[in-house]
Design a protein around this ligand. Structure first.
Ligand code: DC
Length: 212
């Protein structure tokens, strides 16, 4: 049975790092689905279109070249905010769904991380993790990460961003951020990256054991 690991959680929870490490550990392909939403936002911005243009956003999602997700602008703070806004548009979500599902059906299995992987994209995933951490800790991590890339922003501004993004992602009507009923919650507030990885791997091993 291919191993599909679905990882969800709020902004800057560390789910991306964990997803990458789990993918490396199990030799599986990894998809950061947040990049797809960021790429749709960037396509609108590059075309000079407003983020409110829902028809254009839906078209950009359907036209997305998912092979081109390495533009460094996708990682910028403003793009996370823009992605959160366009991700509430049902046509955008629908436009990206089939591609994500195809990725998840790789015969080897796959690791996907995002907001709705366990609930919508891969409801049949063998392992579902919901990664979280306090908003202050997430803001501290994001602050460090942005500073490391030379993108200056105040801690207060980042915390405000994170809280606004959580509220928007959790309250939208289309596929809101929500823990799947059968997901295992992992709070990484007091864990460093290695401890979080050890816990996540233990959860995967338990879930595989249960399924065997
Ligand atoms: O994980 P991220 O910060 O790169 O995601 C950016 C935005 O994209 C996030 O605020 C909401 C949206 N998103 C989503 O709605 N569903 C996903 N599966 C992944 C991201």
């Amino acid at each position: 049975m291919p191993l599909v690991i679905a990882i969800d959680g709020p902004a800057a929870s560390g789910k991306g790092t964990l997803a990458k490490r789990l993918a490396d550990h199990y030799g599986l392909p990894h998809l950061d689905t947040g990049l797809l939403y960021r790429a749709v936002a960037l396509a609108l911005i590059d075309a000079g279109l407003p983020l409110e243009d829902q028809a254009a956003a839906g078209q950009a999602a359907r036209d997305l070249d998912a092979g081109k997700l390495d533009d460094p602008r996708l990682r910028e703070r403003a793009m996370g905010e823009a992605a959160s806004r366009i991700s509430a548009v049902p046509a955008v979500r629908a436009g990206l769904l089939a591609w994500q599902r195809r990725f998840a059906t790789d015969p080897q299995g796959a690791v996907l991380d995002g907001r709705d992987i366990g609930t919508v994209v891969c409801p049949e995933a063998g392992v579902k993790l919901y990664i979280t951490a306090s908003s202050e800790e997430r803001a501290r991590r994001r602050h460090r990460e942005l500073a490391g890339r030379g993108e200056a922003a105040s801690f207060a501004a980042i915390l405000a961003d994170i809280e606004a993004r959580d509220a928007r992602d959790a309250s939208r009507a289309a596929a809101p951020l929500r823990m799947a009923d059968d997901a295992v919650r992992l709070d990484t507030t007091d864990l460093d990256a290695d401890a979080a990885f050890d816990e996540a791997r233990a959860i995967v091993e338990r879930a595989r054991g249960d399924a065997a």
